[in-house]
Structures are given as C-alpha cells and as structure tokens.
Ligand binder design. Structure first.
Ligand SMILES: [Cu+2]
Length: 646
C-alpha cells in the first residue's frame, strides 16, 4: 500500500495529476483494500494516561472516508490513526487536563514523502516549526499541556500552510483540547473539514473530469452528521475547530450563543461575562477555533450551519439525489423537481438539533388574534441580471396582488415592533419550492423556515410549493437588525435576490430613515455562486452596483446597520476620510444590543461573514466628504459609497 501511495504523492507534485490510489495495476498489487476511515465524534480521548503522563502513538495512513451513508460514496484521503486502530477523520482526539505531560510519536510510513505535523506542542505557542518526519521514520515530541483551551494539530506532505493544503492531505487534522483543572471534560468538540479535488481535464478516468467536493463536521456531511437531542433549558457548551483553508460563518437558528473563546489553534483569547460576544453567527477563519455556550430555550428542530451557500449546497454532496444541473437560463432546483424538497436538500456543514420540551413547559400559542398581517410574495423578474432572472420579494399593498414580475432586490424592508405579533403569509410565485427564514429572530421552531425540518413532532414545516403559501407567525422579542431570506436552494434563490432587511423597533422609538441607515450586501445574480453561469458580480449594495451618496449632517448621531447576506463572500465595510479610518461606536451585533463594556469607539473597519449584522453609532464631527467602502475578497470587487457631511 505504501508503494501505491508514494507513487501518487510523487505525481501530486504536478497538481491534479493523479488519484490518491494510483492505477488499477498498482491497486491490484496491493494485498489489502484501502483502510476505511472512521468518522471521529471526538468523545474518546486518544492514548494511554498513566501517572500524569499521556502517551500517544500516531501514524499517517491512507484510506477512504465515507462522509455520507455507510456503504455510500467515499473519497480517498490521508488520515491520522492511533497505531493499532482505524484511521480517523478528524484525527484522534488529544484531550488532557492542564499540567499533563504529553509524549507523542508520529510515524510516517511512506517511502519518499516527508510529513510535517504542526500543533504538537505546549500552548500558547508563538510559533510552530512543526515536527518534520522523514520518509519511513518516527519522530517524538514531549511537552506539557499548559494553557487550557481549544487547539488543533494538523499535517502536510509538503511545506503547505493550513490554508493551502492539497485535497489528499486536507483531512490530516485533529482536535487538541486542554481542560482546566476541576472543570467538566464532556463539552463536545467539532472539527470542520473540507475536501476539494479540482477537475483534471487530462485524466482518462471519467470520475476525475469534474470537481469533487465534500465538507464534513467530525467526518460526516449533512444529513449524515450527528443529531443532537437536548432538553429545554439545558446548558450546551461546544468547541469548534476550523481546519479548512476557507472561512465559515457558523450560524445558530432560534437562539443566540455566547462566544466564550476564540483562537488560532496556537493560542486563544477567553472572554468572560460582558466581554463575551452574544451572537447568532460567528465567522471562523482558516485555522481558527471557538468555544460557544447556549441554552436551547424552545422545543423543536433547529440547525447550526455554515452560512456560505456553497458549503451547504449540492456541490458538497457526493451522492446527488438527481440531476442538479442547470443550463443557461434554466434553473433546476436541487433534489429533483420543484416541490420535492426534503430535509436532504442541504448538504455539508449542517448539524441538526432537536429540543425536547421540559416537563410541564408552557406551550406557546402563536395564533394571535390581533396579529399584524403581511403578505409577502416571492416572485421572478425575467432578465434582471443580463439573461438571468432576478428572484425577489414584494409586499402586497391592499387587496390587489402586485404584478407577477414586480420584485424588489433586496426585498422590502420589514419594520416590526417588538412584542407585536406578526403573521406573514408567504406566497410562492416561483417555479420551484421555497421557504423563508427569519434570521436572528427568537421564535418557535415551526415558522423558522427550514423546509422539511423546522417544527415539532407532527407539525413539520413543509417546503412552500409553487403557487402555494405558508403562514409564519411570531412575536419578535428583541429590537435590532435582522434578515429575512430564503432557506431553499440558496445559491440560486438568495444569490438572485430573495433576501431583505428585517428591523425590529420599540413601539415608542419608531424607525427614522433620516438617522437610521441600512447598508445591505447581497447577491448580484446567480453568477456569483453557480460556476456554470460564469462569473459576473459577487454582489450588490442595497440592490445596486453603484449606490447613491449617503447624505449626513455634522453633529447628528446616526445608526448604521450593516448586513451581509451575500451567499458566498466575506465583506469588509470601512468608513474613511483622507486621514484614514473614521471612528464609530459598536452598539449591536446580530440584532442584540451590546453590553456597555463592548461599546467602545474604534476605527471604522468591519469584517463580516454572510449571516452577520452589526450596528454602529456614527456622529460626523465636521463637514466634508467621507468614503464608505464595501469590498469582498474578490480582487477588484469594491463598491465605494460617497458620504457627504453637510
Ligand atoms: Cu462554510
């Protein structure tokens, strides 16, 4: 096996030239089939613990990872194994108490590839030179577990960083947890993995002619990820580790969570009390970690997922339920014909959570006789983006339905009042099924908007079929900046315009457009995320590629509400004068007001992931011109907004 593997590793020096397991002839010469890589739920600490010392023997193995059904599709990958056990993705869990001495060895079984493993060292670590293991060798590391925290270890066969590992080594990652003395050690640990093999157009193997991609949480992809069952009122503590080369804005439905720590794998920052971010979405960059705590307060089915549309799309499913192909101008919904959506329509980075009602818990009746009625139509406007349709919302005014092609992108801003019941009738005038998620709103599960999943036993929210409608009732409990958006086929539907701002205000402090400014970045057509359409624009600001100037008055305080609901791009907002960054005061994140210690004036620079909102107070001191820059990571994609202060 090592021979077959070495051949392919050598071939990989020319990117994309070979499969992990080389030719059929070589495979035939290998006596044993490739090892099955076991998904690792990170519950069993690896190694042997004796008298304050953890001894752990690891090796790197070749194997097949099955992120979906057992017996389903698999992908070849390198994985860490504890010697004597199956290789695992993520790698064996290193979990010890502070003060433990760790003696770890790593074996490199391959004949001509050096493996370098990072992260097997004491924390915090200012630098990491890695444990370099020559071909056929074993190397040891011995160190003390010092600072408690969430860390990781990872390997590469080249000299690549965690951001640019090749597909075959992308799963060489494991969690490394140091628990403080006397604290519980049962908090769950999740490792996000990304396996992406680009197409090789020169291959004679048909399976290599197309990109292949899977994204996993603890070695599994939705709907095969572990299911979580909690009781109402439980206290949940999770540690997340992003071992991929890309960012993930991780979003929780229905509840806020506290971010208790953030790290880069080598060291971490711990937040306590009022310093803890209180959010529904936290952006994790490559190599980053986070510790979060939350309380499932309401019963029903919920999800915790990455908010990049691509990372939960059919592109990261190995088994496609049916042809998800789209041809120019025609959009086939994934998962089969319109209306056939199931919970399986999502893929990749999604966890399912079921909250059981506490005994005697109050049943919330959400049918309020005095609810405010809103009729929201999801419609199509042909040729809105060149030859492609816009998908958008429109609110019906009066008895007559709006024209079938009248859509707004973004959708009309919904301004709700805190504590006032609202009843939104969503009418689907699209040619495919849809659903609306009320992003950041603490509501009951049924109207939450994940078709085939949201709800309670016996009452699960269906996908809204074409020409059908759905009534979402809720009472927004908190003032702030929120989002409503489609939760179906997001790459197409959200990319093409099915998103809007949702503000919740206090009845005695109504929304005032003169001082309250929403800056919303969303998709600019299907091209931004569906490669088959060709790359066009990654996004629009308030629906425009060139928004009008923002007119402000010196000495007046403004609330700037930033929303990133772009399907697939991080967005940076910065407000600048000629002298550099202006300064603003953060006042809210994801709709929740910030506690006083976090409301500190700072340079006007904000990095966001999709699914994040942030509010700032800005008071221009003097007349003149400022520049609000909105940009993505796409080189050259920048939308400047002139800010005129009079
Ligand atoms: Cu993601």
């Amino acid at each position: 096996m090592a021979v077959a593997f070495n051949n392919s590793l050598t071939a990989q020096t020319t990117p994309g030239r070979a499969q992990l397991t080389a030719s059929a002839a070589v495979a035939e010469a290998v006596a044993t089939p490739p090892a099955r890589i076991a998904p690792n739920d990170n519950r069993r600490p690896a190694g042997r613990f004796y008298k304050g010392v953890l001894t752990l023997h690891l090796e790197v193995r070749e194997g097949l990872l099955f992120p979906e059904e057992q017996g389903g599709p698999s992908v070849p990958a390198l994985a860490f194994a504890e010697i004597g056990r199956a290789p695992e993705v993520p790698g064996p869990l290193v979990r010890v108490r502070q003060g433990t001495e760790i003696r770890v060895s790593v074996r490199n079984p391959f004949r001509d590839s050096v493996i370098t493993v990072y992260g097997l060292q004491a924390h915090p670590a200012t630098q990491d030179t890695g444990l370099r293991i020559p071909p056929g060798a074993t190397r040891n590391a011995s160190f003390q577990a010092e600072s408690p925290g969430t860390y990781h270890y990872w390997g590469t066969t080249g000299s690549r960083g965690i951001e640019d590992r090749k597909w075959f080594e992308s799963q060489l990652s494991g969690a490394f947890i140091v628990d403080p003395p006397n604290a519980p050690t049962d908090g769950r640990v999740f490792v996000i993995g990304d396996w992406f093999r680009p197409a090789d157009s020169s291959s004679s193997d048909a399976s290599l002619l197309k990109d292949a991609s899977t994204m996993v949480i603890n070695g599994r992809s939705w709907p095969h990820t572990e299911r979580f069952f909690f009781n109402q009122g439980d206290s949940v503590r999770w540690r997340w580790i992003n071992t991929t080369g890309v960012a993930h804005p991780m979003h929780l439905h229905g509840f806020y969570f506290h971010v208790e720590s953030r790290g880069d794998g080598r060291s971490e920052q711990v937040y306590r009390g009022d310093a803890r971010p209180f959010v529904v979405t936290n952006l994790m960059l490559p190599g980053e970690t986070m510790g979060i705590a939350w309380v499932p307060e309401r019963e029903g089915n919920w999800v915790f997922h990455c908010h990049f549309a691509f990372h939960v799309s059919h592109h990261v499913a190995l088994a496609r339920p049916s042809s998800a192909a789209s041809s120019a101008g025609m959009h086939a919904p994934r998962g089969g014909p319109a209306g056939s959506h199931t919970p399986h329509q999502m893929a990749g980075l999604v966890l399912g959570i079921t909250v059981r009602p506490a005994p005697g818990a109050r049943k919330v009746e959400i049918t309020a006789p005095k609810a405010r009625d809103i009729r929201l139509l999801a419609q199509i406007s042909p040729r809105r983006f060149g030859k492609f349709s816009g998908f958008g919302y429109v609110v019906q005014q009066g008895a007559a339905a709006p024209a079938r092609d009248s859509v707004m992108i973004p959708g009309p801003m919904l301004v709700l009042r805190r504590g006032e019941p609202v009843r939104v009738t969503v009418v689907n005038n699209l040619p495919e099924a849809t659903a609306v998620h009320w992003h950041g709103i603490e509501l009951e599960s049924f109207p939450d908007g994940v078709p085939g999943w949201s709800g309670v036993p016996g009452r699960i929210m269906p996908p809204i079929a074409p020409a059908d409608s759905f009534v979402a009732e809720f009472v927004p409990p908190r003032t702030g900046t929120f989002i409503y958006h489609t939760h179906s086929n997001e790459q197409l539907q959200m990319g093409s315009g099915l998103y809007g701002a949702l503000l919740v205000v206090d009845p005695d402090r109504p929304y005032d457009p003169a001082t309250d400014k929403v800056i919303m970045v969303g998709g600019g057509g299907p091209a931004d995320s569906l490669p088959e359409f060709g790359f066009q624009s990654p996004g629009l600001v308030n629906g425009s590629p060139a928004p009008p100037p923002l007119e402000l008055r010196a000495g007046t305080s403004y609330r700037l509400r930033f929303i990133n609901i772009n399907p697939d791009w991080r967005v940076i907002f910065s407000l600048m004068s000629e002298a550099g960054f202006a300064s603003w005061r953060p006042v809210a994140k994801d709709g929740a007001d910030l506690p006083a210690p976090q409301r500190v004036e700072r340079p006007a620079y904000l990095l966001t992931g999709p699914g994040e909102t942030a509010d700032f107070e800005f008071t221009p001191a003097t007349r003149g011109e400022l520049r609000l820059e909105v940009k993505t990571m796409v080189p050259g994609w920048i939308i400047p907004i002139v800010v005129r202060v009079r």
